[in-house]
Every structure is written in C-alpha cells, then in structure tokens.
Design a protein around this ligand. Structure first.
Ligand SMILES: Nc1ncnc2c1ncn2[C@@H]1O[C@H](COP(=O)(O)OP(=O)(O)OP(=O)(O)O)[C@@H](O)[C@H]1O
Ligand SMILES: [Mg+2]
Length: 255
C-alpha cells in the first residue's frame, strides 16, 4: 500500500480563524517548549511546537522514540505543563488555568487512551466507566444507563461485570475507550493505543476510533509507531527532536 501526501494548511491559517469560535481549532498549540533536567543534562521534550488540530480531524503523530510525542500529548491534555507557549482548547487557554481547573477540563472535555489501558483492576468494566461519571456527580441510575449504552457501543455487551483481568487486551482497551468517550469529549488523545494489541484487536480498535470520529465528530490525536494505525489517519504529523518535522494530509491510495 502506498500513500499520497499533500501539504496541510499551516497552524497560522488556523490561528487567523481563532477569533471565529465556530472555526476555532479543537486544540491549538503555539510555540510550546519543554525541557527536562536530568542531573547536569538538559533534555529537550518540545522545541517551539506550533500545531492546530481542527474539530473533527483524525490525526496521527509519529516519529522516532524520544521525539516528543508523549510530551506533546500530555501537554495538550493538561496532564503536564509546558515551560512556555500557549494551548487553546476550543476557545479556552488551558495553559493559564490552575491545576484544579485543568483537571476539570480533562474530566469533561478530553478523553485519554493509553498503551497500558490504565483500568482500575478491582473494578468491573462498568464500574471503570462509571468511575468518571461518579467524579462528575451524576446520579447512580444515569451512570448505569450511560455505562451500559457506551459498553454496548464499543462491542462489550454481556461483559460489563468482568474485571480487567477477565478481559483480553483488546477488550480492556475498548473499556478504556468507553471510559474516554462517556463524557462526550471534544478531543480524544491516544498514546500508542495498539502497542499491546494483536492485529485483529488493533483493527477492531481503529474501526471503533474511525466510527467515533465519523459519527460523533470526536477529534482524535493518536501518537503511534504503528503502520496499521497510520493507515487510518487523515493527517500525519511527524516529530523529531521535540520539533514538528512534517505535517501532511494523508490518503490511502487504495481508499
Ligand atoms: N520525565 C522525564 N524526565 C526526563 N526526560 C524525559 C521525561 N519525559 C520525557 N523525557 C525525554 O523527553 C524526550 C521526549 O520524550 P517522549 O516520551 O515525549 O518521546 P516519545 O516520542 O513519546 O517516545 P516513544 O516513541 O518512545 O514513546 C525524550 O528524550 C525523553 O527521554
Ligand atoms: Mg511516547
């Protein structure tokens, strides 16, 4: 399978639209910089990263190990702060928020999917999904209805009462997706979501991501090395040494 690429519109194009709410990107990062101090050594995490991801985009972030993908996703999602630069989610500068307000944004507007699923082992699939809504203060009956519906949507009907250890890796990852989308987030950030999955589970997961993007309009940014994942994306951003190296629309030639 070969791919064709065309240059994507630049972040500055998106920046021009920033005053218009409807056209505001889902997430806009401007001049993000981050370093890590390891003893005497200063390690570059992000070096002047500027990108805009529009609502409804399906973006893959690729590049060699250590190029800054996880650091960028964590900054975008407010899991870690950058040293400098701006991050705007829809129309809100999240880099200016307190850590409590950033946690609130994460709870309601951003879903995370991690390589290692990060489910709570002693909770069932349903309880793992309900946990988020419990923090949000939703009543028990509403939590139950929403969790059952979302687990059905990700193909786990009948498995709601199983604990993570009683589910396959692919099924656990779909519980994690259900948890990520149960609050109708604007944006899902996924870090190497297929790294521990076999081919067929990876395909099921990517088909699910694709349908959530298409049918619910959820914006996806997925950090990955996995060619199976890259084949699904509509835009491919590559990083190197903490910088954006390339940013291209991406089409499967056989699509
Ligand atoms: N907490 C940390 N302390 C020190 N250095 C860090 C820390 N987190 C990341 N780094 C460094 O920052 C750089 C970017 O790391 P990052 O985890 O973002 O890379 P990555 O592209 O996600 O790599 P991978 O593909 O292996 O997941 C690397 O040089 C890494 O060693
Ligand atoms: Mg990483």
């Amino acid at each position: 399978m070969s791919n064709t690429t065309v240059q994507h519109s630049t972040a500055s194009d998106a920046n021009k639209n920033n005053s218009d709410y409807n056209k505001a990107p889902a997430i806009f990062c401007k001049n993000l910089c981050k370093t890590f101090q390891q003893g005497e050594e200063t390690i570059t995490g992000l070096d002047q990263v500027t990108i805009a991801v529009d609502n409804g985009e399906f973006v893959c972030l690729s590049g060699p190990s250590g190029s800054g993908k996880t650091t960028l996703l964590n900054a975008m999602g407010g899991l870690a702060t950058a040293d400098s630069g701006e991050i705007t989610l829809q129309d809100k500068r999240i880099d200016l928020l307190s850590s409590a307000d950033r946690a609130d944004i994460r709870l309601h507007q951003i879903g995370f999917v991690f390589q290692a699923y990060n489910l709570v082992p002693v909770l069932s699939a349903r309880e793992n999904v309900e946990f988020v809504m419990q923090i949000q203060g939703l009543p028990a009956e509403q939590r139950r209805q929403k969790s059952m519906a979302i687990l059905r949507e990700v193909g786990l009907e009948g498995m709601e009462d199983r604990r993570p250890s009683q589910l396959s890796g692919g099924q656990q990852q779909r519980v994690a997706v259900a948890r990520a989308i149960v609050s109708d987030p604007v944006l899902v950030l996924a870090d190497e979501p297929t790294a521990n999955l076999d081919s067929s589970s990876a395909t099921v997961l990517m088909d699910l991501f694709q349908s959530l993007n298409r049918d619910r309009g959820i914006t996806f940014v997925i950090a990955t090395h996995d060619e199976r994942v890259i084949a699904y994306c509509k835009r491919l951003i590559t990083m190197r040494d903490g910088k954006i190296e390339t940013d291209n629309l991406h089409r499967r030639s056989d699509a």
